[in-house]
Design a protein around this ligand. Structure first.
Ligand code: C2E
Ligand code: CA
Ligand code: CA
Length: 876
């Protein structure tokens, strides 16, 4: 850090020193050049007290200060001093010259600076405009007047000038210095940089001719070459030809070269007393010579600069025309009456109109009539106040096609400030717009149903909530979750699933008519926002109709699908006042509908939130339940209906919660499934059951079987792990058939291949499989055949309502007959009465399970059933 600062300081110092040295070097060089130039002039043209008709050093001095800055003035002072010293002037006279000749350029620079008011004399030093040259001349006149007065009066005061010639000397002196500046300042300023292109290609010939002939002409005019052959006076104007040539073809370098060369030759001629100014170096003739040079220099330089300026602006116009023609942006120019006067090719590309079809017409012919009158009014208001306007506008092409353009209009003003017309620049952004729209649609819409997606629904809900709060209205958010959509999707295939979703969308869309919005949140979840439900029951009425509509069978290309939905309703502002909370409420209500058996709807109630909280607490506690030995397995006997003996048992888990007491599996198995704890719990139940079946087989019945419930979530793990169950049995010395696995139909639906592998593995190991809760789900015969099931368990909902003439009896009988045909045994669940027992026995049911025989009981109680040799016999 310190080092870098040090380095920085060193660098800055070095830079300053360098600057100082280059400054000093420049000054020295300037002093030497000045002294040399002045000496040559004094020696050759101003000897014996004569005046030189032109004083080039004053031109050099001003050029030096203009290009290098004020700070070079000591170089001038030194140069003046050296020149006068060499010329043998007295010290007093020398000092007067130093003061006068140094002040002169300083004052000129100061005047120019002041004229440009801080714009910097670098602009003048560039000599690009005729104005620059005129300004230079003006500054020269003023500064020279002061410088001349200073010198001449000073010389008079030290008696070096007689009062007789004072005024005349002053005039000559003044003109000599003025010419010095008018001719030589441009020369030095221009020749600071060498001319470009003079020696390139064929130009070299012209350059040679130009310089050679100028020189020759100078020789002829001023040094009397061929003076016999050519007329004397006529020769004098030849120089104008070269000045013009130089001005037109060689620019500033050319004209300054002509003038300087001519001047040098004229001076040499004059000094030798020969040529055009041969007799003019005497005091009486000086003015003649001076005026001639003044005229040549001023006209020549002004001509050059005027040409130079014109050529620039010409190049600008050429460029502008090129841009206009080649631009990819369409351009249109109108006059003050808004009539089109010109269009470019890009205009034709975009609009399809050829120039002759639109010139003379109002740009309105492009209008598609889609922008309002108000739009055009504000547009013209902006144009009349600010002179311009920019924006998007919809127009129509010649072929009638609509397009969107981004248009900018600018006003053209004349030199007097009056409006001359307008320029319209536009490009077609239709394609860009279309792409943006597509991207927007993809981000905000569901491609399958073309409904707003979750993100869009969130945004709209946010807006709608704000609006309802402002207008004091009530809003209902209705979440519709299809029941068992997955099963339909898996059994019929995705194409049918997509078709089904589109049909669901069509049926739901009816409910958005009036004030509502429908969106798809996820695969089988839809949201309906009803924004004005102030009348009591409107949401309820609507939801009931939705349930009815969705339950109507779906005819899909020859297949019929049945579908229901579970719906949750949350109201704003009652239930929640923001998007996230409202969605959470509706979600909890929907979840409740699912739990309550599906195909129904629930309004959100705060108790749902409580239930959700309880679920969360239970989920936390369940994590430790296994380690803390809070779980127990109860066993419910399964009876052979033919002889009333206990042949099997079902292992059913319970949770002895330290705070809440005994919790039934219905209340915590779903939590275990959601949290993944079901895997660990399932393993644990299996081991308990295995130990129990080992005991029963050893003590009471060597063919005893215990069935274990297996959740669909347990199939999602690696099937290889399942094999470990058989390993475990083997270690206990038990055969595979000592355990029956109870699965539900949804297990067969989900992750089909996994389940298939698993069931095959069970079969190899000798374990049996029972299909639980038969009759409540999709109950597909195809499944029974495909998956090698050993038992079906008729759900207790059928058994509970059994009476001699009931439909349920017919259903049960049908299930039993069908199962037997497929070589399956049947277990009836939930037998609570002897009547149910009798009916089931009559229709040939193999096994029975229910409170009539025993509730699920702890292992020791279960064992006692055997100890007491319990047999359940019908007393008829
Ligand atoms: P499930 O497999 O259908 O079990 C039969 C349920 O019916 C048991 O309820 C049982 O107590 C009950 N039940 C038996 N006989 C009667 C009767 O005569 N009348 C009535 N009303 N009910 C009867 P539980 O023990 O509450 O179990 C509920 C459900 O929890 C089970 O239904 C099963 O799906 C699940 N479950 C229980 N233990 C486990 C387990 O270890 N793992 C898994 N994954 N699920 C289990
Ligand atoms: Ca079961
Ligand atoms: Ca069951």
């Amino acid at each position: 850090m310190l080092a870098s600062i040090k380095q920085q300081i060193t660098l800055t110092l070095r830079q300053q020193l360098l600057n100082r040295w280059t400054g000093l070097g420049c000054m020295g060089l300037l002093a030497l050049t000045y002294a040399a130039l002045a000496s040559v002039i004094i020696e050759n043209f101003a000897a014996q007290g004569n005046f030189s008709p032109i004083w080039p050093p004053s031109g050099l001095a001003l050029a030096a200060l203009l290009a290098g800055g004020y700070r070079l003035w000591p170089g001038i002072a030194l140069g003046v001093f050296m020149a006068n010293y060499l010329a043998g002037k007295s010290l007093e006279a020398n000092l007067i010259f130093v003061i006068g000749n140094t002040c002169e350029p300083l004052i000129a620079v100061w005047i120019l600076n002041w004229q440009l008011k801080g714009a910097g004399y670098q602009n003048i030093a560039g000599l690009e405009r005729p104005g620059d040259y005129l300004r230079l001349g003006l500054a020269a006149i003023l500064s020279i007047t002061i410088g001349t007065i200073l010198c001449v009066i000073g010389l008079y005061l030290i008696d070096e000038l007689s009062p007789r010639v004072l005024t005349f000397s002053m005039l000559l002196w003044w003109i000599a210095n003025l010419l010095g500046i008018v001719i030589f300042t441009p020369f030095f300023l221009t020749w600071r940089k060498l001319p470009e292109g003079w020696l390139e290609g064929s130009r070299i010939l012209e350059t040679a001719a130009f310089t050679g002939l100028t020189f020759l002409a100078g020789q002829i005019v001023f040094l009397e070459w061929f003076h016999q052959e050519l007329g004397f006076i006529a020769r004098g104007y030849w120089i104008i030809v070269f000045a013009t040539w130089g001005a037109i073809r060689f620019g500033r370098h050319g004209i300054t070269l002509v003038i300087t060369m001519t001047f040098i030759q004229a001076m040499i001629g004059a000094a030798q007393g020969t040529g055009f100014f041969g007799r003019d170096l005497q005091e009486s003739g000086l003015i003649n010579m001076q005026l001639a040079f003044l005229v040549i220099a001023v006209i020549g330089l002004l001509l050059t600069l005027i040409i130079y300026e014109l050529r620039k602006s010409q190049a600008d116009m050429k460029l502008a025309a090129l841009v206009y023609q080649r631009s990819s942006e369409a351009m249109m120019v109108t006059d003050a009456n808004k009539c089109i006067i010109s269009v470019n090719p890009a205009f034709t590309d975009v609009t399809g109109y050829q120039p002759d079809e639109v010139i003379g017409k109002n740009p309105k012919i492009l209008s598609a009539g889609l922008n309002s009158k108000e739009f055009y009014r504000t547009m013209w208001q902006s144009i009349s106040t600010t002179g311009k306007w920019q924006g998007e506008i919809q127009n129509r092409r010649k072929n009638g096609e609509l397009f969107t353009e981004i248009l900018s209009i600018n006003t053209i003003y004349g030199p007097d400030g009056a409006i001359q017309g307008w320029v319209g620049l536009f490009s077609d952004i239709s394609e860009k717009k279309r792409k943006e729209e597509l991207i927007w649609k993809q981000a905000n819409y569901d491609m399958l149903t073309e409904l707003p997606n979750r993100r869009m629904i969130y945004d709209c809900l946010h807006e709608e909530i704000k609006r309802c709060q402002r207008d004091n209205r009530q809003l209902a958010l209705i979440l519709i979750n299809l029941d068992r959509f997955r099963e339909v999707n898996d059994t019929l295939g995705h194409l049918y699933g997509d078709q089904l979703l589109r049909e669901v969308t069509r049926r739901l869309a009816v409910f958005t008519q009036g004030k509502g919005m429908l969106g798809r949140l996820g695969s089988d979840e839809f949201a309906l926002i009803l924004s004005d439900v102030n009348e009591i029951g409107r949401a309820g009425y609507c939801v009931n109709s939705i349930l009815e509509q969705l339950a109507i069978p779906y005819h899909l290309d020859g297949e019929i699908a049945y579908l229901t939905a579970s719906i949750g309703v949350a109201l704003c502002p009652e239930d929640a006042g923001d998007v996230v909370s409202l969605l959470k409420c509706a979600d909890q209500a929907m979840y409740t509908a699912k739990r309550e058996g599906k195909n129904c709807f629930f309004y959100y109630t705060p108790s749902m939130q409580e239930a959700a909280n309880t679920r969360m607490r239970l989920a936390n506690d369940l994590r430790y339940a296994v380690q803390r030995n809070e779980l127990v397995v109860h066993y419910q006997p399964i009876i052979d209906l033919a002889d009333g003996s206990i042949r099997k048992a079902e292992a059913l888990i319970r949770w002895q919660h330290p705070g809440i007491g005994l919790i039934s599996p219905d209340n915590f198995i779903p939590i275990a499934e959601e949290t993944g704890l079901i895997i660990e719990i399932g393993e644990w139940v299996f081991r308990q059951a295995a130990a129990q079946v080992q005991l029963c087989r050893a003590r009471y019945n060597p063919e005893f079987q215990i069935s274990v419930n297996k959740s669909p979530f347990q199939f999602k793990v690696d099937p290889a792990r399942c094999h470990s169950w058989f390993e475990y049995l083997r270690q206990l010395g038990l055969p595979g058939e000592s355990i029956v696995i109870e699965i539900t139909e949804s297990s067969l639906m989900e992750a089909k291949n996994n389940v298939c592998d698993y069931l095959l593995m069970l079969r190899d190991d000798g374990m049996q499989v029972a299909l639980d809760d038969f009759g409540t789900g999709y109950s597909s015969l195809a499944y029974l055949k495909k998956f090698d099931i050993d038992y079906i368990k008729i759900d207790k909902s059928f058994v509970q309502n059994l009476s001699p003439d009931s439909d349920d009896l017919t259903l049960c009988e049908a299930m039993i007959v069908m199962a037997h045909k497929l070589n399956l045994s049947v277990v009836a669940e939930g037998i609570e009465t002897w009547a149910q027992f009798e009916l089931l026995q009559q229709i040939g049911c193999d096994f029975g399970q229910g409170y009539l025989f025993s509730k699920p009981v702890p292992a020791n109680e279960f064992n006692q059933l055997f100890e007491k040799d319990t047999v359940f016999l019908l007393v008829s």
